[in-house]
Design a protein around this ligand. Structure first.
Ligand code: FAD
Ligand code: DHB
Length: 392
């Protein structure tokens, strides 16, 4: 079956869905193709921190109703080391704050609003293949409900994440990569948070992060070895490890409770360049991955599609698609800043080796960012989110 749209979007994650909404707000039609079923993408537990510019964009698009009601506004974070907590007040340092709201909640909201408006998302699209993107008339082939389909469009947006088909289909890109010798074991627990800010802890046994999703649900992470198997981590072992790494000498304690979900995520830095070939453009994790420390992944995905939507809008208004030539450079400036920030936060907070010299350097850096206003402001500005790049 042959169908036609203006922009064919592969992937219904944050990048694909925000792009679809930004285009719809400008009267541009798109069709979103997602390999998984709706329930799967709505329940995939991942990121939880929205930068200030991401929240503002969702508000501007009229997509932040539930986010504004249920999201947790955080005006700072805490950094803990040598058994003491130190607070960074982002609102005081930058005038801005962050919002804690689960990625799967954003995905739920964006899917519900799009479907209610009668705009299409095809779930369980199989064998998705971007084709003919070296011409002005690209197509996406896929199978759905046992039938072969061809979607004809003006542009393909590859928003299909790190393991998607768009990047491998694209010729001529190179990558910059770094693997870390550790991973994060993340849990979601039915336990009320005991504090309303995130705590990033540098402990001699490894990094730990205390976060949350709601007044009743805690989200926590532990640094574990890169090759660690989740089967080795019983619930009791997880709680015992948090009991060692998280407490500080000032009486901080946390609630434990039934673990609702646990998974290990490898940590890597990855940037593909260029992010576009002809009429195929990559956005979000399809083009770049950051280690999660500092919560930049989902926000970078949103920043990419902000630029892409602006370029597409201009192309339809002027009939000229040259803006696409500037897409990679415009996005990668912000991407590399976030890469550096995530790498830096990761290096400052994780146990990197048994080298005592290295540990002293970490302590010195932590003392600087918690004791010096200029250093604290620099961390805060990056954390709350640098402005989106202007559309080129
Ligand atoms: P994705 O969210 O990956 O969306 C891509 C979509 O494309 C998916 O729905 C996928 O099913 C679909 N897709 C894939 N292949 C195809 C295909 N062939 N055809 C059609 N559709 C396809 N970031 C943080 O800041 N903090 C965290 O704690 C954190 N934890 C993470 C845990 C995991 C396991 C992963 C993988 C990522 C995590 N991230 C985290 C990163 C953050 O979640 C991502 O940066 C964010 O999801 C990027 O959004 P995206 O839309 O680019 O990609
Ligand atoms: C969360 C994830 C992060 O990567 C981070 O730096 C802070 C919080 C979270 O999932 O809550």
């Amino acid at each position: 079956m042959i169908t036609t749209t203006q922009v064919g979007i592969i992937g219904a994650g944050p990048a694909g869905l925000v792009l679809a909404h930004m285009l719809a707000a400008r009267g541009i039609e798109s069709l979103v193709l997602e390999v998984r079923d709706r329930s799967y993408v709505e329940h995939r537990v991942r990121a939880g921190v929205l930068e200030h510019p991401s929240v503002e964009l969702l508000r501007d698009l009229g997509l932040a109703g539930r986010l504004d009601r249920e999201g947790l506004a955080h005006r700072g974070i805490e950094l803990a080391f040598e058994g003491r907590r130190h607070r960074l007040d982002f609102l005081e340092l930058t005038g801005r704050s962050i919002t804690v709201y689960g990625q799967q909640e954003i995905v739920k909201d964006l899917i519900a609003i799009r479907l209610a408006a009668g705009d299409p998302i095809v779930f369980e699209a199989a064998e998705v293949e971007p084709c003919a993107f070296d011409t002005p008339h690209p197509t996406i082939r896929y199978r759905h409900d046992g039938q072969d389909h061809e979607l004809r469009c003006d542009l393909i947006a590859g928003c299909d994440g790190f393991h998607g088909v768009s990047r491998p289909a694209m010729p001529g890109w190179t990558s910059f990569e770094r693997e870390y010798p550790f991973a994060w074991l993340g849990i979601l627990a039915d336990a009320a948070p005991t504090i309303d800010e995130l705590i990033y802890t540098n402990h001699e046994r490894g990094f730990a992060l205390y976060s949350m999703r709601s007044p009743k649900i805690t989200r926590m992470y532990l640094q574990v070895a890169a090759d660690e198997a989740i089967e080795n981590w019983s619930d009791d072992r997880i709680w015992s490890e948090f009991d060692i790494r998280l407490p500080t000498g000032d009486g901080f304690s946390f609630n434990s409770g039934p673990i609702l979900e646990k998974a290990i995520t490898p940590m890597r830095s990855f940037v593909a360049s260029p992010m576009r070939s002809g009429r195929l453009v990559l956005a979000g994790d399809a083009a770049h991955i950051v280690p999660p420390t500092g919560a930049k992944g989902m926000n970078l995905a949103i920043a990419d599609v902000f630029v892409l939507a602006g370029i597409i809008d201009r192309a339809y208004r002027t009939g000229r698609w040259e803006g696409l030539d500037r897409y990679t450079d415009t996005c990668l400036g912000r991407v590399w800043r976030a890469q550096h920030f995530s790498y830096w936060m990761t290096s400052m907070l994780h146990r990197l080796s048994d080298d005592p010299f290295q540990y002293q350097l970490q302590l010195s850096e932590l003392a600087l960012v918690t004791g010096n206003v200029s250093a604290a402001r620099s961390l805060a500005e990056n954390y709350v989110g640098l402005p989106f790049a202007p559309v080129p």
